[in-house]
Unconditional design. Structure first.
Length: 142
C-alpha cells in the first residue's frame, strides 16, 4: 500500500503492509469484544456519531477514518471535528476511496496521513498537498 504522511506540513511517501502499520490492530466502535482502554488505534466509519468514539480519544494515537466513496464528505467533517472540537493531536489517517486530487482538501481538514486508492500514483499525489496557494477558510492542523 502507498502511504503519504505529512511531517511539519511536508508530504512523504512510503510503502506499508497494513493501514495501521506501526500501531496496534485498530479498535472498531462496533466490536462486541471487551478491550482495555489502552488501545492506541481507533477506526471510525464515516457514519459514526461523536458519542460513539469520544471516550476513546484520550488513549488513541492513530485514528483511521474510512472514506467509503470519493464523493463522501463526512470524513472531512469528522477530521475537522476531531481537531477543532476534541483537540485531537495524534495522527488521523484516511483510507478507502482516497484519490490524489483530494489530498490538499483532506490535509486542510486536519488529516495528516493518507492511504491512496489502488491505481493512484503516489509520486504525483505528493504534489497535491499545498497545491493551492490561497484559501478562503483557515487551515485546520494538528
Amino acid at each position: 500500500m502507498r502511504l503519504i504522511t505529512t511531517v511539519n506540513g511536508y508530504p512523504e511517501h512510503q510503502e506499508i503492509d497494513f493501514i495501521w502499520s506501526g500501531y496496534e490492530e485498530p479498535l472498531h466502535l462496533n466490536d462486541t469484544e471487551q478491550r482495555s482502554n489502552t488501545a492506541s488505534t481507533l477506526q471510525i466509519e464515516a457514519d459514526a456519531l461523536p458519542d460513539a468514539f469520544q471516550h476513546h480519544l484520550d488513549s488513541a494515537r492513530l485514528i483511521l477514518l474510512h472514506l467509503p466513496a470519493f464523493t463522501d464528505g463526512r470524513p472531512y467533517s469528522l477530521a475537522a471535528m476531531l481537531r477543532q472540537h476534541y483537540r485531537f493531536g495524534g495522527e488521523i489517517r484516511v483510507f478507502g476511496d482516497v484519490r490524489a486530487e483530494q489530498l490538499d482538501h483532506l490535509h486542510r481538514c486536519g488529516i495528516n496521513s493518507f492511504i491512496l486508492k489502488e491505481g493512484q500514483d503516489a509520486e504525483s499525489a505528493l504534489d497535491k498537498i499545498g497545491y493551492f496557494s490561497k484559501w478562503y477558510q483557515p487551515n485546520i492542523s494538528a
